[in-house]
Design a protein around this ligand. Structure first.
Ligand code: NAD
Length: 315
């Protein structure tokens, strides 16, 4: 039977790509409620979904920072029935913390972490009652491992991961599924916005060394990292649909096999020094390490062709 899917943040990027792919499913397995904070931005989604609009996809207003808008949106869905919730809305923030205000940081936490909490406060009780439902969260590899100058963003995704690890145990008792999707770099509006904000950032509050590190190392390599490792939003959407259709959906799923070795370092050393050392070398001695890691990536690319398999999707 057709599953009701509610997705947040569908005006661009991963949310838009996922909404469109699910609405265009050949077997028509989904009814998509594609939500966005600002309905004035619905045109790209409307255009991409074409004649399926109003049939397998409806567009609704939902701001994850506004409890009332979540309530109104959920109440407008027949029987309030949401079989799959995709918590995707999110925002980034880069730069030295000396140059960010507490209010800016709070907005990131409020969107990325409390946004998920607000959704679940409204939707989880119904899922528990029905003893069915799948909660899918677009987290990040930065939910497992921090990266230079992404301190607050990584903290917001760590918050999401800790919250979900805790909730997953309870969810199991109610036969609910919980899945964290962990993309590496994805080429979307997100990446463009974050980079532009970084370029515009007033660095006067930081010391010279920190400011130079941010401009001459981080921002300088930013585009190249996205170009060499970046995935498309469609690719991440494809992975997410596989997780949604899997017979036994995994709790964690990384979408980028090129990134997996980095997160594995975390579990390889209980002292936690190994990933920090490697990141340090990559950032500050990247000339030598960089060519070695490129060779490594080539090897992984060859291996990953064979290894990616989430098992048979359920019907
Ligand atoms: P994006 O900027 O294209 O999409 C994010 C969407 O969230 C936007 O449409 C934005 O309007 C929406 N949004 C922001 N605040 C909102 C609010 N209060 N209420 C409702 N919607 C709101 O970027 P994206 O890359 O598609 O990001 C989607 C998710 O993927 C985010 O959670 C992000 O953290 C995560 N992610 C992105 C990357 C990347 O490199 N782009 C990597 C890993 C994870």
């Amino acid at each position: 039977s057709r599953r009701n899917v509610l997705i947040t943040g569908c005006s661009s990027g991963i949310g838009l790509a996922l909404a469109v792919k699910m609405a265009k499913d050949e077997e028509r397995r989904f009814k998509v409620y594609a939500t966005m904070r600002n309905l004035a931005k619905k045109e790209p989604l409307e255009e991409a979904v074409g004649r399926r609009l109003g049939k397998t996809l409806e567009i609704k207003q939902l701001d994850v920072c506004d409890e009332q808008s979540i309530k109104t949106c959920v109440n407008s869905i027949p029987d309030r029935r949401i079989d799959v919730l995709v918590s995707n809305a999110g925002m980034g923030l880069i730069g030295p913390i000396e140059c960010q205000t507490i209010d800016e940081m709070k907005t990131v936490m409020d969107t990325n972490f409390f946004g998920l909490v607000r959704l679940l406060k409204e939707i989880l009780p119904d899922m528990k009652k029905r003893k069915s439902g799948h909660i899918v969260i677009i987290s990040s590899v930065m939910g497992i491992q921090g990266i230079l100058f992404n301190d607050v963003y990584a903290a917001s995704k760590f918050a999401v991961e800790g919250f979900c690890e805790s909730l997953a145990i309870q969810a199991l008792k109610f036969k609910l599924q919980l899945s964290l999707i962990e993309p590496g770099p994805v080429i979307t509006e997100f990446e463009r916005k974050v980079f532009e904000d970084g370029m515009k950032m007033d660095l006067s509050a930081a010391d010279k060394e920190t400011a130079e590190m941010f401009t001459n190392i981080y921002l300088k390599n930013y585009k190249q990292i996205f170009q060499s490792l970046g995935q498309s939003a469609e690719d991440v959407a494809e992975h997410t649909i596989k997780v949604i259709l899997a017979e036994n959906p995994p709790f964690r799923h990384q979408t980028n096999t090129l990134y997996t070795p980095m997160t594995t370092l975390k579990y390889a050393d209980p002292n936690g020094d190994l990933p920090i050392d490697i990141f340090y070398k990559m950032v500050f001695h990247h000339d030598k390490i960089f060519s070695a890691s490129l060779n490594f990536i080539k090897l992984l690319r060859w291996r990953s062709r064979k290894s990616f398999d989430l098992g048979k999707p359920s019907q």
